[in-house]
Design a protein around this ligand. Structure first.
Ligand code: HEC
Length: 138
């Protein structure tokens, strides 16, 4: 199980192959400041969810399942689902209810990046959460 979690320590980035086809490439997550939700969002989430979080990142077309429009969460759930986002980022939510999900699980990635400091992992998730909340469409 521990090994499996290590395999989850991957981020997807987009590459264009020689044939001009889009494919999702896995590479190590680059370290960012745990204090900046925006920096983390652009580094880890924008490839799929898009710079403006609307679900249109460069890797989106290579995925079977479209990445969610994260600016519409408040609309979709009635109020901003902070708990749900935390749960998803920790990797405890079952996003795959409708089959396979391509959304990486971030909890173990942030945990490793924080060198095993649980409080820093939670700070990363909280700051990302606040940043996404600040992007909600009115
Ligand atoms: C490899 C592409 C990819 C990356 C990178 C990615 N996501 Fe996702 N995300 C998805 C996909 C695809 C879905 C839809 C999953 C589903 O419905 O099963 C999703 C769904 C979500 C949802 C659920 C939305 C809802 O409507 O309930 C949240 C929240 C989310 N992502 C946040 C993030 C955050 C924050 C990051 C960066 C730390 C991130 N994602 C990085 C692909 C990605």
């Amino acid at each position: 199980m521990r090994q499996l979690l290590c395999f989850a320590v991957l981020v997807c980035a987009l590459t264009f192959t020689a044939q001009g086809q889009t494919e999702v490439q896995h590479s190590g997550a680059k370290p960012t400041s745990p204090a900046s939700g925006k920096e983390m969002f652009l580094a880890y989430c924008a490839s799929c969810h898009g710079k403006d979080a609307k679900g249109d990142g460069p890797a989106a077309s290579a995925l079977k399942l479209a990445p969610a429009d994260l600016t519409g969460l408040t609309k979709k759930y009635g109020k901003y689902p902070a708990m749900k986002v935390t749960t998803i980022l920790n990797g405890q939510a079952d996003l795959a209810a409708h089959g396979n999900t391509e959304m990486p699980v971030w909890g173990p990635i942030f945990f490793r990046m924080s060198q095993g400091h649980e409080s820093e992992t939670q700070q990363r998730i909280a700051n990302l959460n606040h940043y996404i909340e600040s992007l909600q469409a009115k």
